[in-house]
Design a protein around this ligand. Structure first.
Ligand code: PEP
Length: 249
């Protein structure tokens, strides 16, 4: 059985004071009930140094929300994998739907970013997911397979080192969650695609993301191919995030 991963995506939220309060509450909760799953928080870039210090005794892994596809140089505003690495980053989201939607990120760009993260010895959390229009047109499977295929073809056998997050776009930040059955159906498709690409696919964690919360986490995480969660809104509330972590045990 794959160890579960619960990763928080703080998006563009936080402040030095709020981050400290949230992390201290999470660390206290984790110390009281040792987590049997992997836990990570993906934070805005300016807070990486603060989080690196706050997490120096372990408890949770540090994640970033995006990275440049370039190694370095004249790319104003971009952040490279080596910069992330200096701050102790272990995970990096790539291809989050908000990056695809608001920043025009293509499947090819996402695949290159995943490649950069892997080459730096970190773990990309590759986000895939269909829009509502695509689901209603019966194109869910085709869309998520196309998005994942780009990452598989760019990364070859290293694909067994990635984490995948299935995040139906219509469920992100909307309060609408995919039912456990809807999510499991897509996770099984992604698992089969990974199995066809890698002999080690069974160890790849496939997370569900999209309005996962304290109330629905248990039923989603009980599905055979749901190996954890990528949590947005509920990751900003210590009690909710801790409840989701407990549901993953
Ligand atoms: C996300 O941002 O990846 C996400 C899943 O957000 P939410 O949990 O708020 O839907």
């Amino acid at each position: 059985m794959t160890k579960k991963l619960i990763a928080g995506n703080w998006k563009m939220n936080g402040s030095l004071a709020a981050n400290e309060a949230l992390v201290q509450a999470l660390l206290a909760g984790l110390a009281a009930n040792a987590a049997l799953c992997d836990v990570a928080v993906c934070v805005p870039t300016p807070y990486l140094a603060q989080l690196q210090a706050l997490l120096s005794n372990g408890g949770m892994a540090l994640g970033a929300q995006d990275v440049s596809a370039f190694e370095g140089g004249a790319y104003t505003g971009e952040v490279s994998v080596s910069m992330l690495k200096e701050f102790g980053v272990r995970y990096c989201l790539v291809g989050h739907s908000e990056r695809r939607l608001y920043h025009g990120e293509t499947d090819a760009l996402v695949a290159t970013k995943a490649q950069r993260v892997l080459a730096a010895g970190m773990t990309p959390i590759v986000c895939v997911g269909e829009t509502l229009a695509e689901r209603e047109a019966g194109r869910t499977e085709e869309v998520v397979k196309r998005q994942l295929a780009a990452v598989i073809s760019a990364n070859g056998h290293c694909v067994s080192e990635i984490v995948v997050a299935y995040e139906p776009v219509w469920a992100i930040g909307t309060g609408k969650t995919a039912s456990p059955e809807q999510a499991q159906q897509v996770h099984a498709v992604l698992r089969a695609q990974l199995q066809a690409a890698s002999a080690h696919a069974d160890r790849i964690q496939i997370l569900y993301g999209g309005s996962m919360n304290a109330a629905n986490a248990h039923s989603l995480l009980a599905q055979p191919d749901i190996d954890g969660g990528l949590i947005g809104g509920a990751a900003l509330k210590a009690a909710d995030f801790l409840t989701i972590i407990a549901a993953a045990q």
